[in-house]
Design a protein around this ligand. Structure first.
Ligand code: UGA
Length: 438
């Protein structure tokens, strides 16, 4: 099949490369000329495990092409996926201007039937708005349809998720649209054996926001329980383990920490709350999820402050700048809260991340970026763990203690065990577990 994908961010590029790999002919369109030039030179603008290999292979075999022209994209294929960003708008609502623009441009350029598929995360009933816009901009009475196909892949595991989805959700309202999307996904369904769900468009759109809000709720729930653990002497690792073995609850997304970040949860949870209010229902449940998430990082800051007493002139080793391991994405990363906060308190910062330093440098060009965790911790009065990179697990704790000026570790991801830290003589505070004083 021929498929056009508009937007070459995480979702668009991964989807395009995956569709090409399963045999489709894909044209990826982006209005960012720099990005398209990079891709045509086989430079991958984002870090995602396995993506480069897929892009290179399918570019070289001719099944994956890149262009800046939406006109070309509209001509190229009957099925056009919209995978442009829906970043927070100036009031925090999802900014739909990029999605709307794709609708207008496709309408301007199409001369026969087109199916526009919303892959970007959109609020429920976006399809009606999009259809309205397209009708206004169409030059003649050319047929078109909208479908919804929300994306559930995780950054850092995107390629794996694209080939092995838990389910594929499709919102369609005609047999023609249903047939086209079944044809797109048939190779993935037969390879992975995943469930393929067809539903009406509003349900598909809503499923996406409901999933992300539910997962964020699980994280805030376990973080709230971790606070009770700290007040009562319980241990969150043991409580989460005990909860997760109940099949109705499940063990995933029960890892307590500094709170969720990334380009999706904070934005989508916010958009879900706003959308529900607009439709006449006050989702206070999810507002509380947001409040707990913000409070969690402030709580970690209070822990650091408590151990140091005075932050001014203290050297702090910040471990982890990406919002989670396996990605160089720093959007809504905890580090973007802690770094300015600590700088405003006159702390001296040393920063380490295996892949995200280049992105962080764009906002903070003059900070001290280190090549290894040990280098970062050298001379530090305290170490602050913000991302659970696997590299931290292999650390020589005896060496770490020797290089630090003062052996204080504040762990926002529970990467060390209190017993292990006690044995090595650290002062150690983590989330929802006993503090080690030594
Ligand atoms: C999330 C969803 O998991 C994907 O299904 C969805 O497609 C994606 O958003 C999206 O809407 O595009 P992602 O943002 O890549 O994926 O990251 P997650 O792995 O879900 O982690 C989100 C945040 O939650 C991270 O900051 C992570 O550290 C935090 N988290 C996750 C916890 O604090 N505890 C946990 O137990 C799990």
């Amino acid at each position: 099949m021929k498929i056009t994908i508009v937007g070459t961010g995480y979702v668009g590029l991964v989807t395009g490369a995956t569709f090409a790999e399963i045999g489709h002919h894909v044209l990826c369109v982006d209005n960012n000329a720099d990005k398209i030039r990079q891709l045509n030179d086989l430079e991958i603008p984002i870090y995602e495990d396995g993506l480069e290999e897929l892009v290179v292979r399918n570019f070289n075999n001719g099944r994956l092409k890149f262009s800046t022209s939406i006109k070309e994209g509209t001509k190229f294929a009957e099925v056009i996926f919209i995978a442009v960003g829906t970043p927070p708008g100036y009031r925090g609502e999802a900014n739909m201007s990029y999605v709307e623009k794709v609708g207008r441009e496709v309408a301007n350029n199409m001369s026969s039937y087109r199916l526009l598929v919303e892959k970007s995360t959109v609020i429920v009933r976006t399809s009606e708005q999009l259809a309205g816009t397209m009708s206004k901009y169409l030059k003649s009475d050319i047929p078109f349809e909208i479908a919804s196909n929300p994306e559930f892949l995780r950054e850092g595991a995107a390629i794996h998720d694209a080939f092995n989805p838990d389910r594929i959700v499709v919102g369609v309202e005609s047999e023609k649209a249903a047939k086209l999307l079944r044809e797109v996904y048939e190779p993935i369904i037969s390879r992975s054996g995943c469930e393929y769900l067809e539903m009406n468009i509003a349900s598909a759109e809503l499923t996406k926001h409901a999933c992300n809000s539910f997962l964020a709720m699980k994280i805030s729930f376990i973080n709230a329980v971790s606070r009770i653990c700290e007040l009562t002497g319980a241990n969150i690792d043991q409580v989460a383990h005990g909860m997760g073995l109940d099949k109705r609850i499940g063990p995933s997304f029960l890892k307590a920490g500094v709170g969720y970040g990334g380009s999706c949860f904070p934005k989508d949870v916010d958009a879900f709350v706003r959308m529900s209010i607009e439709h006449g229902y006050n989702l206070d449940l999810i507002k509380e999820v947001q409040r707990i998430n913000i409070d969690q990082r402030e709580h970690l800051m209070r822990k650091l402050q408590k151990e140091l007493w005075v932050v001014e002139e203290k050297t702090i080793a910040v471990i982890g700048l990406a919002f989670k391991p396996g990605t160089d994405d720093i959007r809504e990363a905890p580090a973007l809260y802690f770094v300015p906060e600590l700088l405003s308190r006159q702390a001296i910062l040393r920063l380490w991340d295996p892949v995200a330093t280049n992105n962080f440098r764009r906002t903070y060009p003059n900070l001290n970026y280190c090549d290894s965790i040990i280098d970062c911790a050298t001379g530090a009065d305290a170490m602050l763990v913000l991302t659970d990179w696997p590299e931290i697990q292999g650390l020589d704790l005896a060496q770490l203690k020797t290089v630090m000026k003062c052996p204080i570790v504040i762990d926002g991801r529970n990467v060390f065990s209190p017993a292990q830290m006690k044995r090595h003589g650290f002062i150690y505070d983590s989330i929802g577990r006993p503090t080690v004083k030594n």
